[in-house]
Design a protein around this ligand. Structure first.
Ligand SMILES: Nc1ncnc2c1ncn2[C@@H]1O[C@H](COP(=O)(O)OP(=O)(O)OP(=O)(O)O)[C@@H](O)[C@H]1O
Length: 264
């Protein structure tokens, strides 16, 4: 099992953001995490990564309680919004090489296989010709691809990405979608927080929709698509129309024109 949440509340300090969540992701699945701004998507994945506090319940990753040493180097993460800092003059190869370090352990020295993994990861995101360039010289979309390559270089069993397509041009989105399809076909579990399912619709098969700190939908991606593709996000302070409840009809992430009338 890649991820298991049982009655998990995850938050910051002692304030829960995601409350009493149950979720199981099997190895090899490719899951989209959807939901409006502030619904708790990032908090969910940060809890799985050990970056937000598990306040109650159980969070297990790759068969271990979150934070266990056994996960080290086996979980890759592409964080939200970040591009690579321009403050440190590092080349594409160096930044991606850092991703491989997680795999080596503290005192491991890179071997030929490690160097090859770095080269392969850069090739996968289509940046071989930029290998020796400073990342600061790349476009925002290319820098996102560098961060994806950094995560891929560790050959993770579980790859978690937060808005990998944000600020990425169409050509780079298609490249990324092909990369993720190949990674998924290789057996890596994918969890992708996204507002833009577009290019990833052929890759991700299951959707988990967060809403006001709960998981409001968990099922086939197609069932959740009307709620994610129109770019409409409700404000946090709006009341729940139709009252509380887990039904998909009550997931008011979007008053979407695409939404099938009466569809459930
Ligand atoms: N480090 C933090 N400390 C305290 N509260 C936080 C922190 N990060 C997020 N929150 C709060 O948690 C709530 C959910 O945020 P989260 O980032 O999980 O939402 P999201 O669904 O990923 O939204 P978005 O689509 O805008 O990224 C928000 O109300 C936010 O203010």
């Amino acid at each position: 099992m890649a991820i298991r949440l049982r009655g998990a509340s995850i938050g910051y300090g002692d304030v829960p953001i995601l409350r009493d969540a149950d979720l199981t992701v099997q190895r090899g699945e490719a899951v989209a995490v959807l939901g409006s701004n502030g619904s708790g998507k990032t908090t969910l994945v940060r809890g799985v990564l050990g970056l937000a506090s598990v306040l109650s319940g159980v969070v297990e990753v790759l068969g271990h309680p979150v934070g266990h040493r056994g996960e080290r180097g086996r979980v890759g993460y592409v964080p939200q919004r970040h591009t690579v800092s321009g403050a440190v003059p590092a080349t594409v190869r160096e930044v991606v090489g850092v991703g491989r370090l997680a795999r080596l352990g503290l005192f491991g020295r890179p071997r030929a296989a490690d160097r090859a993994a770095v080269i392969d990861a850069v090739a996968a995101v289509g940046l071989t010709d930029r290998l020796k360039d400073p990342v600061a010289a790349l476009s925002g979309g290319q820098q996102r691809r560098v961060l994806v390559a950094r995560a891929l270089a560790a050959e993770p069993d579980l790859l978690i990405m937060d808005e990998p397509m944000a600020g990425v041009d169409t050509a780079s989105q298609e490249t990324l979608a092909r990369v993720l399809a190949a990674v998924s076909a290789g057996g890596t579990t994918l969890v992708v927080v996204t507002h833009e399912i577009g290019a990833l619709s052929g890759v991700l098969t299951r959707a988990v929709v967060a809403d006001h700190g709960s998981i409001a939908y968990d099922g086939p991606l197609a069932g959740a698509l009307p709620f994610s593709t129109d770019g409409h996000h409700h404000r946090d302070d709006q009341p729940m129309p139709g009252g509380p409840g887990p039904g998909l009809d009550q997931v008011h992430l979007a008053r979407s024109p695409h939404r099938a009338a009466g569809g459930r």
